[in-house]
Design a protein around this ligand. Structure first.
Ligand SMILES: *[C@@H]1O[C@H](CO)[C@@H](O)[C@H](O)[C@H]1NC(C)=O
Ligand SMILES: *[C@@H]1O[C@H](CO)[C@@H](O)[C@H](O)[C@H]1NC(C)=O
Ligand SMILES: *[C@@H]1O[C@H](CO)[C@@H](O)[C@H](O)[C@H]1NC(C)=O
Ligand SMILES: *[C@@H]1O[C@H](CO)[C@@H](O)[C@H](O)[C@H]1NC(C)=O
Ligand SMILES: *[C@@H]1O[C@H](CO)[C@@H](O)[C@H](O)[C@H]1NC(C)=O
Ligand SMILES: *[C@@H]1O[C@H](CO)[C@@H](O)[C@H](O)[C@H]1NC(C)=O
Ligand SMILES: *[C@@H]1O[C@H](CO)[C@@H](O)[C@H](O)[C@H]1NC(C)=O
Ligand SMILES: *[C@@H]1O[C@H](CO)[C@@H](O)[C@H](O)[C@H]1NC(C)=O
Ligand SMILES: *[C@@H]1O[C@H](CO)[C@@H](O)[C@H](O)[C@H]1NC(C)=O
Ligand SMILES: *[C@@H]1O[C@H](CO)[C@@H](O)[C@H](O)[C@H]1NC(C)=O
Length: 430
């Protein structure tokens, strides 16, 4: 076998291929599901893939502004250049779509696994969607990342929305079914499910995700505003580290997205996937709705001058792919937050509606919030620190001030009384 191959394993399949491409099954996937069946000369499948993808591209306009456009492989999809590979070339899955755009990924394998490696994406700003682009022509980006290795002879399946960000492009993909190095031309009956989907079906996430309309919540919200829009459903979300719950969150979420006009979007816990990561000083909760959005909440721990540790919400990132009719996709974040600030070891609770300002154009309203991103014991929330309602922010200092004033007066009185007594006692002693 050739050892000079740039790829970990020389590829055993014969050279160039015959290809077959079919677009997404009727009505099952949305129109931009792409299905590619790459075949070798003897018509044996070597790569099979069916997936959804979209690209969010930022470009500079002729008036020196930046605009976002979304591209989806929905029209004129071809598969030229896809190949099963040979001793010197890795198998390649390549598609072309729309007005001169293309995307490809190549695959390598080891004894046990295969993985996607180099992703290349070319978008052509001659496409009418970029009509006011400053520079015209194809722009290619290459991502050198490796996909997570997949066991050979298994089909990689991932429903979860994932993204890659490079230069001015975010690539989103979801509902992925993929097998490279297909053996004997038959797509395997065995699946390899991605980690993200596994945590989605973890008992404490989806199974616990019973939802109740907020109107039936045991303690009704002290409504500050009565909105014509329905309140979002409350979701129970959790993350596990091994079989131990490490993060708990309960909340109803509503996005207020102002593009042309403000639009309120309720997050439905029933269709929301939970993933993320736990840690001692940082934790991230990612909520995603299979193909429309994801929200990342990142929590951090800080030390206070009083030598105690507290956690707080530090960062929120939101990506909306196509949640609002025809409007631009949106990718926004704020990494400079310092809210939901609570003693480490406690949970933070706020029943009333709260607003997290992500950007000028994007706010998150939370309802019936309770969160504990660190130090979860026995799969249960620890004692809660309750947020004070806004009005209390004014009352609290006053009452505390008044209380302190009273206390000072009492202490003074006590001091004088005791001092007097003490003095008297002293005098009596002598
Ligand atoms: C492979 O399939 C195509 C179309 O189904 C057919 O035209 C071609 O002759 C086949 N080639 C071989 C080697 O069987
Ligand atoms: C990408 O965006 C940056 C600004 O964020 C800009 O300077 C650059 O020209 C953009 N690149 C392309 C190819 O549009
Ligand atoms: C291997 O495949 C590449 C790309 O498909 C092709 O250009 C090359 O000629 C092939 N090499 C051999 C030895 O078949
Ligand atoms: C920018 O491009 C658009 C579309 O081609 C054109 O209508 C517009 O006049 C251009 N603006 C400037 C400032 O060149
Ligand atoms: C492929 O065919 C060979 C020979 O018939 C067989 O030994 C092997 O197990 C098959 N592989 C799979 C994955 O079916
Ligand atoms: C969330 O979990 C808590 C504690 O297990 C439970 O009391 C509550 O009813 C759940 N809420 C929803 C909406 O499922
Ligand atoms: C939504 O955001 C816009 C713009 O920031 C604001 O004017 C509007 O009051 C918000 N709506 C709600 C219901 O919070
Ligand atoms: C907080 O204090 C702990 C122990 O006192 C220390 O290990 C940790 O590095 C400190 N963290 C920060 C962010 O300062
Ligand atoms: C949020 O987005 C910023 C920039 O878009 C990125 O640098 C950061 O890593 C993201 N954070 C998370 C938790 O995804
Ligand atoms: C989307 O469009 C439909 C039909 O045009 C409309 O009924 C719906 O309110 C729109 N949704 C949003 C969020 O604008």
């Amino acid at each position: 076998m050739a050892t000079r191959s740039p790829w970990p394993r020389p590829l055993s399949l014969p050279c160039c291929c015959l290809l077959l491409l079919a677009l997404g099954g009727p009505g099952f996937f949305q129109s931009h599901a792409v299905e590619v069946d790459v075949k070798d000369l003897s018509n044996n499948t070597c790569i099979y893939a069916k997936w959804m993808m979209s690209f969010l591209i930022k470009y500079e306009t002729n008036s020196s502004e930046y605009k976002n456009v979304t591209l989806k492989p929905s029209t004129n999809v071809t598969h030229d250049g896809s190949t099963c590979g040979n001793n010197t070339h890795a198998p390649l899955l390549a598609i072309q779509f729309g007005a001169g755009h293309s995307w490809s990924i190549n695959f390598t394998k080891t004894n046990e696994t295969y993985q996607g490696n180099i992703i290349s994406f070319t978008y052509n700003t001659n496409d009418a969607v970029f009509k006011d682009a400053k520079t015209k022509g194809p722009i290619t980006i290459v991502v050198n990342d490796s996909m997570h290795p997949v066991q050979l002879n298994t089909v990689y399946k991932c429903h979860h929305l994932d993204s890659i960000e490079v230069a001015n492009v975010s690539l989103f993909f979801w509902d992925v079914i993929l097998q490279a190095f297909v053996q004997n031309g038959t797509v395997s009956k065995h699946d390899s499910t991605c980690e993200a989907d596994k945590s989605t079906v973890a008992p404490t996430t989806v199974a616990n995700l019973t939802t109740a309309p907020i109107t039936t919540a045991s303690s009704p919200l002290p409504t500050t505003t009565s909105k014509p829009v329905e309140k979002p459903l409350i979701g129970n979300y959790s993350l596990k580290d091994g079989n131990k719950t490490c993060l708990l969150a309960t909340m109803g979420l509503q996005l207020n997205v102002s593009q042309e006009k403000p639009v309120l979007i309720n997050i439905n816990p029933k269709t929301t996937n939970v993933t993320g990561s736990c840690g001692n000083t940082s934790a991230t909760l990612r909520l995603s709705d299979s193909n429309r959005m994801f929200i990342d909440f990142t929590f951090a721990v800080k030390n206070t001058s009083a030598n105690t540790q507290r956690f707080y919400l530090k960062e929120v990132n939101i990506t909306l792919i196509s949640s609002i009719n025809g409007s631009e996709p949106l990718n926004a974040g704020n990494n400079n937050l310092s809210i939901w600030d609570t003693f480490l070891g406690s949970s933070y609770m706020c029943q009333k509606e709260q607003t997290v300002l992500v950007t000028e154009d994007l706010q998150i309203h939370t309802f019936d919030l309770r969160i504990q991103p660190f130090k979860v014991q026995d799969n249960k929330y620890s004692k809660a620190e309750d947020c004070s309602p806004d009005v209390d922010n004014f009352i609290v200092p006053i009452t505390v001030g008044a209380a302190l004033g009273g206390l000072v007066a009492l202490v003074l009185v006590a001091y004088f009384v005791s001092h007097k007594k003490h003095s008297n006692a002293g005098y009596q002693q002598f």
